[in-house]
Design a binder for this molecule. Structure first.
Ligand code: ASP
Length: 355
C-alpha cells in the first residue's frame, strides 16, 4: 500500500510541476521586446526661477533613484506591477515628494494618504484612501488588489485590513515635515484673507481656496515588463489644507490611475477635483479603444479637457509598444523614463523632454 501511495504522490507532484514549467516558458522574454517605465513626482507651478540649483539637483537624484529601482526590477524579469511598487516606494520614502513621508498636511494638521494600483494584464485594481498610519500606501493598495475581494478600502477599515496582514502602523508624525507644515500655515493664512474679502453678492467658488502652488509632489509610475504587461500606480498626500475627508483623483481607478494591456497605463497628477470630473486616466484609454487614437494625441486631448474646465496638472502614459506620453498644462512636472532601448531621461520644466 505504502509504496503505491508514494508513487501516486510522486506522479501527482510531477504533473503539478508541468503547468508551472509551462507558465515560466509562457512568461519568458520575447527577444528584442522593449520594456521600461515612466515615473512622475507631481505637476504644478514648478519653475526654474523659483528653484535653487541644490533643490533641483536633489529632485533629479531622487527621480533617478526611483527610476533605476523600477528599471532594475524589469531588467531582472520582474513584473510591471512589481516595478511600479518598487519605484513608488522610494518616492514615498523620500520627503521631497507629496506621498508617504513628506506628504502635505490636511486642514487638521495631519497627513492623510491616498494610493491606487492597476494591473493591465488582468485589469485587477486596488485603492486606499484617507490613511494616517501606513508607511507605504501603494503597498496596501496592491494588497487590497491581491488579498481582498474589494477594490477600494478607506480610513480605519483600510488600516485594520493592513494590520490583519501584519503591517506595522507608524505614527502620523513619521510623515510630517517642517516644510509642509509651513505650506499649511501659508494656505490657511491665504484662506483667511480670502474669507475676509467675501461679500454676500460674490460668494467664493467652492474650490477657490485650493492653491495651485502648494500641492505638487504626488508620485506615480507606469511600467511595461518583458512579458508585455502594463501596470500603473499613484500615491499622494492630496492637497494642502484639504478638509472633511476630501479624497482626490489619485486613488480613483479611471481618474488618477488606469491600466489595460489592450490600450495603455496612466498615472495622473494635478488638481484632483478636475481629474475626477474628466475621468482622466480612463478617458485616455477610451480614446485609444474606441477611436484608435494614438497614445500621445489621446493624452493631449484629455489634458485639454481638464484645462477647459479650469484645472491643471498632467499625466504619464505608456502603451504596450512602449510608446510614452508625458503631457501637462502646468509650468512643470517632475518626470523621468528609461527603456531597454532608450537611456534614462529626467526632466522637470515645461521646456524639457515630453516624450
Ligand atoms: N491629484 C492629487 C490630488 O488631487 C494632487 C496632486 O497630484 O498634486 O489629490
Amino acid at each position: 500500500m505504502k509504496p503505491l501511495l508514494l508513487r501516486f504522490f510522486v506522479f501527482s507532484a510531477a504533473l503539478a510541476a508541468v503547468p508551472c514549467f509551462a507558465l515560466s516558458l509562457a512568461t519568458s522574454v520575447p527577444a528584442g521586446k522593449r520594456y521600461g517605465l515612466v515615473i512622475h513626482g507631481g505637476a504644478g507651478v514648478i519653475e526654474r526661477a523659483a528653484m535653487s540649483p541644490e533643490r533641483e539637483a536633489e529632485y533629479r537624484t531622487a527621480l533617478n533613484q526611483a527610476l533605476q529601482a523600477g528599471y532594475a526590477v524589469l531588467d531582472q524579469g520582474g513584473s510591471a506591477l512589481e516595478a511600479v511598487t518598487a519605484a513608488i516606494n522610494l518616492m514615498e520614502d523620500n520627503p521631497l515628494f507629496n506621498a508617504g513621508k513628506g506628504a502635505v498636511f490636511n486642514a487638521d494638521g495631519i497627513c492623510e494618504l491616498d494610493a491606487s494600483v492597476m494591473d493591465g494584464r488582468t485589469q485587477a485594481a486596488g485603492a486606499v484612501a484617507a490613511l494616517h498610519h501606513i508607511k507605504n500606501p501603494i503597498n496596501l493598495a496592491r494588497d487590497v488588489m491581491l488579498k481582498s475581494e474589494h477594490v477600494m478600502l478607506v480610513g480605519d477599515g483600510a488600516e485594520k485590513f493592513a494590520q490583519s496582514l501584519g503591517y506595522q502602523l507608524v505614527p502620523n508624525a513619521y510623515f510630517q515635515t517642517d516644510w509642509r507644515r509651513e505650506q499649511l500655515k501659508k494656505a490657511q493664512e491665504q484662506e483667511k484673507e480670502k474669507a475676509g474679502k467675501k461679500t454676500a453678492a460674490l460668494p467664493a467658488a467652492p474650490v477657490d481656496y485650493f492653491t495651485r502652488t502648494l500641492r505638487w509632489g504626488t508620485v506615480g509610475c507606469v511600467a511595461l515588463d518583458r512579458a508585455g504587461n502594463l501596470a500603473a500606480g499613484t500615491s499622494t498626500g492630496g492637497m494642502t489644507n484639504k478638509k472633511y475627508g476630501r479624497v482626490g483623483d489619485a486613488p480613483i481607478i479611471g481618474a488618477g490611475t488606469y491600466a489595460n494591456n489592450a490600450t495603455c497605463a496612466v498615472s495622473a497628477t494635478g488638481w484632483g477635483e478636475f481629474f475626477i470630473r474628466v475621468g482622466v486616466a480612463r478617458d485616455i484609454a477610451a480614446q485609444m479603444e474606441y477611436r484608435g487614437t494614438p497614445l500621445r494625441a489621446a493624452a493631449a486631448a484629455t489634458i485639454a479637457k481638464v484645462a477647459q474646465l479650469g484645472g491643471d496638472g498632467g499625466v504619464i502614459a505608456l502603451d504596450a509598444q512602449g510608446d510614452i506620453a508625458m503631457e501637462f498644462n502646468s509650468p512643470g512636472m517632475y518626470r523621468a523614463f528609461r527603456f531597454s532601448d532608450r537611456p534614462a531621461v529626467i526632466a522637470i520644466y515645461g521646456d524639457e523632454a515630453k516624450n
